[in-house]
Design a protein around this ligand. Structure first.
Ligand SMILES: Cc1ncc(COP(=O)(O)O)c(C=O)c1O
Length: 384
């Protein structure tokens, strides 16, 4: 096992070694369960009921015998929630992107992808036989220039973007992307993992954009909906095509029915309480105020993903460890999740946190900064 040890040593030397932390007993300020729906009594009760009725696992893929009325109902309500004609479930967000992208674009096609898109999109693009064009983060002029010169070379073009970027909290300019997709006859594939339930129902609602046939919307159940799994909403022929071609849907066991029931209940809570995303905004602003009081450099773009910009990988690790020693869990995010030298602590705003938790976080930061002797105040910047 020397080869493995050598590779691990190299990671350690570069401060890129990763380890898991058990979260029990720690105040979790990096969870994606933004609306705290994972523990909502109605959500837990709905999942428990179906767990008793259906048992633990679904037993097979959707196309074999792993499709129940809970899967069907969830797909229907997700499509309705997002304002799309049809919806297909996937086992996770990673599986959705890794499976849908190669199923949608192949030889003779192009996938144009924002450079900060999530790893699962990058891997989906790699698995596809389509050509690729990676444009600088939110540089839609660069995208348009490329399409103006090259659109004629491709049969189909798929423009892919996170709508809320997972490590930066930035938001894609969807009105501009709609315009570009229409002008250059492209499909637009939107990853709403961090937008579903945080920007209203998602980024389309935020920008007041209607469903259009050229738009495909991927979302996860694993973040603001507090469950697990993912979905792609699109026109009926497109979801049917995905069910027939996306290998991660065909060759993987479907979601447990109880998870579908829990996610469905979370969706219903969100529908009944459309004010929840705006209440999350208040928590974000409180977090930003606290970071200002501490004099820390951060980036805030009106979403619950608020990175504290550290830069150096080793410094980010030290700060994260010191915070943990003070009882607060905020993981250091490093390469390859973000570019080298752009390490950060990815803080998230959560609906269930109030003054008590914010004060604990503030005190923990004060002590951790003192103990690590890190001076981050010089690096203050509005963006990451
Ligand atoms: C933008 C984005 N897409 C996809 C995923 C993958 O989703 P999941 O965790 O459900 O696999 C994530 C989160 O990990 C994400 O941030």
């Amino acid at each position: 096992m020397r080869w493995a040890e050598e590779l691990l040593s190299a990671l350690k030397r570069a401060a890129l070694y990763r380890r898991r932390v058990r979260r029990e007993g720690l105040l979790d300020f990096c969870s994606n369960d933004y609306l705290c729906l994972a523990r909502h009594p109605r959500v837990v009760a709905a999942a428990r009921r179906v767990l008793e009725e259906e048992g633990l696992g679904s037993g097979a893929s959707q196309l074999v015998s792993g499709y129940t009325r809970y899967h069907e109902l969830l797909e229907r309500e997700l499509a309705d929630f997002k304002g799309f004609p049809s919806c297909l479930l996937f086992g996770s967000g990673y599986l959705a992107n890794a499976g849908a992208l190669p199923a949608l674009a192949g030889e003779g096609d192009l996938i144009a992808s924002d450079e900060l898109n999530h790893a699962s999109i990058i891997d989906g693009v790699r698995l596809s036989k389509a050509e690729r064009f990676v444009f600088p983060h939110r540089d839609y002029d660069a995208l348009e220039r490329f399409l103006r010169q090259n659109r004629h070379r491709f049969k189909k073009v798929l423009v892919v973007t996170d709508t809320v970027f997972s490590m930066d909290g930035t938001v894609a300019d969807l009105p501009r992307l709609y315009e570009i997709a229409e002008r250059y006859d492209c499909l637009l594939y939107l990853d709403e993992a961090h937008a579903t339930g945080t920007l209203g129902r998602g980024a389309l609602e935020r920008f007041n954009l209607p469903y259009r046939e050229f738009v495909l919307l991927m979302g996860t159940l694993s973040k603001a909906l507090g469950a697990y799994g993912a979905f792609v909403c699109a026109s009926k022929p497109v979801t049917e095509l995905l069910l027939n071609r996306a290998r991660t849907a065909i060759f993987s066991t479907s979601l447990p029915p109880s998870v579908c029931a829990g996610a469905l209940e979370a969706l219903r809570v969100l529908k009944e309480r459309p004010e929840l995303p705006e209440r999350l905004r208040e928590k974000e602003r409180r977090l930003v105020e606290l970071l200002n009081e501490l004099g820390l450099p951060y980036a805030y773009h009106g979403t619950p993903v608020i990175p504290v910009l550290v830069g150096d990988e080793e410094a980010a690790l030290r700060l994260s460890r010191a915070l943990r020693e003070e009882g607060v869990l905020v993981q250091a995010i490093r390469y390859p999740t973000v570019p080298k030298g752009k390490a950060r602590l990815r803080l998230t705003a959560r609906l269930c946190y109030g003054e008590e938790e914010f004060n604990l976080l503030k005190e923990a930061f004060k002590k951790a900064l003192k103990r690590t002797s890190l001076d981050l105040t010089q690096k203050r910047a509005g963006t990451s």
